[in-house]
Design a protein around this ligand. Structure first.
Ligand SMILES: Nc1ncnc2c1ncn2[C@@H]1O[C@H](COP(=O)(O)OP(=O)(O)OP(=O)(O)O)[C@@H](O)[C@H]1O
Length: 278
């Protein structure tokens, strides 16, 4: 049995109280597909340990915005910075975990769970780099944290929606990201599994020094945790925010210690402790 999943970010850089550092900054961002303008003059910033919920009707541009932030699309005008660096020069993609929308995944893709999770380690420019023993251990740790070790050799397409969701979360977590971006992570998943997932995400926000940007259509979940008034509106996009300064332990959390509890949290979910708002 591997050791519990441990984020050891503090081994590579000292923990300082940078609770209010800008993690994502957008200035006057605009984007169009051919002649269709989807995003117009959007300015917004996400600070360290904020939880931002993004709501908007179908076609409002939520996925487009996330894809711009993770560098898969370029804005037509305006600027995006990540961790204080212009997105066009940003190279530290391991600091960002991205869980794309479920329907962007082909269920017939013939990879195993383990292979899918390990693909999260490939750098953007090192698609086929040789994987090391340390990489294997990281995959073991991520699977242990998500309680999916027994699925390691299964084909991803053979899993249920809730199991796939955990696999993609493990893939996004394998690099110990500081920022987690999730695009409708609970679509097509039953309400009980959704509640467990939100409990886990909330736990990670409150105890693991992570920053979240999550697209969701679940108003109850968003408003239950982030309040009922959007902090910012742009076109059809509404941003609900819980700031880092709402958290008591801002700047004090010991990441290694708290992530050890992840598996425990999952086990408590099974016992029915799944309230999102508590
Ligand atoms: N690759 C593309 N080429 C052309 N138009 C696109 C493309 N991707 C998205 N669009 C259009 O851009 C608009 C915004 O799409 P986007 O997927 O960002 O919306 P969304 O808010 O995420 O929607 P949903 O809630 O349905 O997922 C839509 O009108 C969509 O049809």
């Amino acid at each position: 049995m591997p050791e519990p999943y441990v984020i050891d970010r503090e081994q590579t850089k000292p923990i300082v109280n940078t609770c209010h550092a800008d993690i994502i900054t957008l200035k006057d961002v605009a984007f169009s597909y051919q002649s269709q303008q989807v995003i117009d003059k959007l300015s917004f910033s996400v600070q360290q340990r904020d939880f931002v919920g993004l709501i908007g009707s179908n076609g409002a541009g939520k996925t487009t915005l996330l894809r711009m932030i993770v560098g898969l699309l370029k804005p037509a005008s305006g600027s995006i910075s990540l961790f204080g660096t212009p997105a066009s020069q940003f190279k530290d993609w391991h600091r960002i975990g991205y869980v794309p929308q479920k329907n962007s995944f082909n269920p017939l893709f013939p990879a195993t769970v383990r292979e899918v999770i390990m693909s999260g380690l490939y750098g953007r420019n090192k698609l086929f780099r040789r994987l090391t023993k340390a990489d294997q251990i990281k995959a073991d740790e991520a699977m242990h944290a998500m309680n999916i070790e027994d699925l390691a050799l299964k084909k991803i397409g053979q899993l249920s929606g809730g199991q796939q969701q955990r696999v993609f979360l493990a893939r996004a977590l394998i690099n110990n990201p500081e920022l987690l971006i999730l695009d409708e992570p609970t679509v097509g998943i039953d309400t009980e599994t959704q509640a467990g997932f939100f409990h886990l995400i909330k736990h990670m926000h409150q105890h693991h020094r992570m920053t979240f940007l999550m697209v969701s259509h679940d108003m109850d979940m968003i408003q239950g945790y982030l309040g009922d008034k959007p902090a910012r509106e742009c076109g059809k996009l509404k941003f609900y925010v819980r700031h880092s300064h709402d958290l008591e332990d801002c700047g004090e959390t010991n990441i290694s210690h708290s992530l050890k509890n992840l598996r425990q949290v999952l086990e408590r979910e099974k016992e029915g402790v799944t309230s999102w708002t508590s």
